[in-house]
Structures are given as C-alpha cells and as structure tokens.
Design a protein around this ligand. Sequence first.
Ligand SMILES: C=C(O[C@@H]1C=C(C(=O)O)C=C[C@H]1O)C(=O)O
Length: 170
Amino acid sequence: MSDIDSSDWLRPAENPTDANAAGADAADRRLDAAAIAQASSVSDEIEAEKSSTIDEEAAANNPEVAEAVKRIEALRQTIDNIDGAVIHLLAERFKATAAVGVLKAGAGFAPADYKREDYQIARLQRIAIDAGLDTNIAEMYREFVVTESKKRHKRIADAGGDPGVLDVFA
Ligand SMILES: C=C(O[C@@H]1C=C(C(=O)O)C=C[C@H]1O)C(=O)O
C-alpha cells in the first residue's frame, strides 16, 4: 500500500502569471486555481445562454441561411472526426501513463515527476505557439491529462501495483 499523501503530488499551481508571457519559467505557466475558476464561470455563462438547433427547416426560405447551414454541417463532420481521433489518442495516452504508474509503483517512485512536467509545459507552449493555438488551451489540456494520470498512478500504487483498478488499462 502507498503511504504517499496526495498533497505531495497534486501540487497546486504556484503562480498566476499570464501563461502567454514570453520567457516565463515552466512553473509560471501552470494554470492557477483562479484561472480555472474564471474559465468555468465563463462556461457557466455560455451554458445559461439560449441554444439554437440548426436544421434544414430553418434554412428553407433563405438561401444565405441555407449556405451557412451547409457549411456548418461540413465543419461539424470535421469536428466529429477530430473528436473521435482525440478520444483514441487519449485512450492510448492513458494506457501508456497507467503502464508508467505500474512501473513507478513497483520501483517505489512517487506518482509525480515535476522535472518531467516542467519539460512538458515548456514543450507544449512552444508547440502551441507554432501551431497557432492559444497557449492557455495547451496548458489546460496538459493540466487535465497529467492530473488524471497522477490520480491513476496513486490508485495503482494503493492497489499494490495492480493496474486492474483502472478501467483504462488494456
Ligand atoms: C506519466 C508520468 O507521471 C506523471 C504524469 C505525467 C503525464 O501524464 O505525462 C508526467 C509526469 C508525472 O508527473 C511520468 O512520470 O512520465
């Protein structure tokens, strides 16, 4: 059984510095709790807005709307393909990190490796900039997957290195 306390590995973000600031340390780019809270309050606002269902009927009497509907439908097919690919990639990522969790539990390593995380933060920021992606999105993605992966490492360690406790380990 692991005696690792979650406060040792679920490190709170240390710094509210703008994630886009050039030259900031990796630790400065970590999302802080306030940024996460702000992002979720914005999504609550969006949630509260009205929703529209786009369908052929709405476009029936207006060729401009009909054209917009056609383009939205084509873009949605691309969006659906991307979402499917992302889920496949996440499945593979969590299988790999679960396998790392088994090795760490066997070797007596803690779930977190902050040196590795700092490398990942800096790398993903560079990739996001090159790709034209908001660097906050890259950091939100990283924060999500790494936090989930460490939770699973802890579960594996608590189960004596048994990955059977996870539903994602193939
Ligand atoms: C998977 C690992 O464990 C943790 C999870 C990481 C991840 O999900 O990429 C990265 C570093 C660690 O804090 C690892 O050490 O490689």
